[in-house]
Design a protein around this ligand. Structure first.
Ligand code: NDP
Length: 390
């Protein structure tokens, strides 16, 4: 039976891998319902034509004319603006890939969840900034959430979901990023180019910077807590530079189950696209005789304070994760524009967290979408203020 698929964030890195797999599948396996992007009208139009999409949505109206011109004479319907992304996500389909970057993905992803079908979740930030609300919507709609982040996908594959009492802890692996061995002095001077050069994974710019600061692992820690209903103490992080073991579950009897594979996002994406069946992915196969070693290290939260900040935000509950995420998005954007230094990223995040925590003690949890969006906006403004004060 043909699977009707929508890809939110089709022009990004996860979007590329998703479209690559869909393009390789036999004719009739997938039909593209909707594709979305932010500014990249050219790539969105090319994909829409290549995959015969029914609808495309572009968030940024400044590029609308370009998109319309490129799709004139085709039958592809066009929507413009953030509300068009929600419209795209609401069109009936069997599977949605949620791969927008950042909290901008929250509303479209919730609209996809509300369909009650399968959602492949790459967009971790939407779960970080609205964890309880998001998981409640998943439960209410009866949606099936299929984690795409390689670590969470690994856990999903080896977690005995019907016997939660047997689980002792989840162990998230981290590559350690490009600065795993950098001295504190070196971290003060690293450039945008250095930070974008991830040793094992090829990813979009924002997540590459998050990987370099280890904020990505912090966001994943929060993501895992919500996805698998675990507290902070039940989730450990271990640095594993080879990125072959994608994460592990330890059981009370001492057994540790892991999922392994080459560091290629097409494996977890194929898992989500094909679920509950397996579909082929053209990834490099592990050759165990050639693997010279699998090594593991404790993460260094002194050199990489972002991981500590994320754990504290998770433990503080309530507003903490949303504030952390918003401040981080602003700080990473500034670093990518080369207006702040690498180590200013955790500095800005910590200052914003302290500001909000002092004002409210993080006591009031955001329970509605409006609460989340208001808090996200306030934290972004506070972060912009901190950037100016650096
Ligand atoms: P990219 O930056 O490569 O792509 C982001 C996508 O989102 C693009 O399609 C982009 O459109 C769109 N987008 C950006 N801003 C907005 C906005 N304001 N409104 C609507 N759409 C927007 O990101 P990645 O593919 O790397 O990451 C996507 C998500 O997947 C992130 O949450 C990331 O953490 C997660 N993830 C990514 C992995 C990876 O390997 N890349 C691994 C695991 C998780 P445009 O092209 O027009 O800018």
């Amino acid at each position: 039976m043909t699977r009707r698929v929508t890809v939110l964030g089709a022009t990004g890195s996860i979007g590329d891998s998703t479209m690559d797999l869909i393009g390789r599948a036999d004719e009739g396996v997938f039909q593209i319902v909707a594709l979305t992007a932010n500014t990249n009208a050219q790539k969105l139009a090319d994909l829409a034509i290549q995959f015969n999409a029914e609808f495309v949505a572009l968030a940024d109206p400044d590029h609308a004319d370009d998109l319309r011109a490129r799709l004139s004479g085709t039958s592809v319907e066009i929507g413009i603006g953030p509300e068009a992304l929600v419209e795209a996500a609401s069109l009936p389909c069997d599977f949605t890939m949620a791969a927008i970057i950042g909290a901008a993905g929250l509303e479209p992803t919730l609209a996809a969840v509300d369909q009650g079908n399968h959602v492949g979740l790459a967009n971790k930030e939407c779960l970080v900034c609205a964890g309880d609300l998001f998981m409640n919507r998943v439960a209410k709609a009866g949606a099936t959430l299929l984690p795409v982040d390689s670590e969470h996908n690994a856990i999903f594959q080896v977690l005995e979901k019907d016997a939660p009492k047997g689980v002792k802890r989840l162990i998230l692996t981290a590559s350690g990023g490009p600065f795993r061995e950098a001295s504190p002095g070196k971290l003060q001077t690293v450039t945008r180019k250095d930070a974008l050069a991830h040793p094992t994974w090829d990813m979009g710019a924002k997540i590459s910077i998050d990987s370099a600061t280890l904020m990505n692992k912090g966001l994943e820690l929060i993501e895992a807590a919500y996805l698998f209903d675990r507290s902070s103490e039940g989730i450990d992080v271990i640095v594993h530079p080879q990125s072959i073991i994608h994460s592990m579950v330890e059981y009370v009897d001492g057994s540790v189950l892991s999922q392994m594979g080459s560091p290629d996002m097409r494996t977890p994406i194929a898992y989500a696209l094909g679920w509950p069946d397996r579909m082929a992915a053209p990834v490099a196969r592990l050759d165990f005789a050639k693997i010279t070693g699998l090594t593991f290290f404790e993460p260094d939260t002194e050199r990489f304070p972002a991981l500590r900040l994320a754990r504290e935000a998770l433990e503080s509950g309530g507003q903490g994760p949303c504030v952390l995420n918003a401040a981080n998005e602003i700080a990473v954007e500034a670093f990518l524009k080369e207006t702040i230094k690498f180590m200013d990223i955790p500095k800005v995040v910590e200052a914003v967290i302290n500001e909000f925590s002092a004002a409210s003690g993080f006591s009031v949890s955001p329970t509605t979408l409006d609460d989340v969006l208001t808090l996200d906006k306030a934290a972004r403004q506070a972060a912009i203020g901190r950037l100016k004060a650096l």
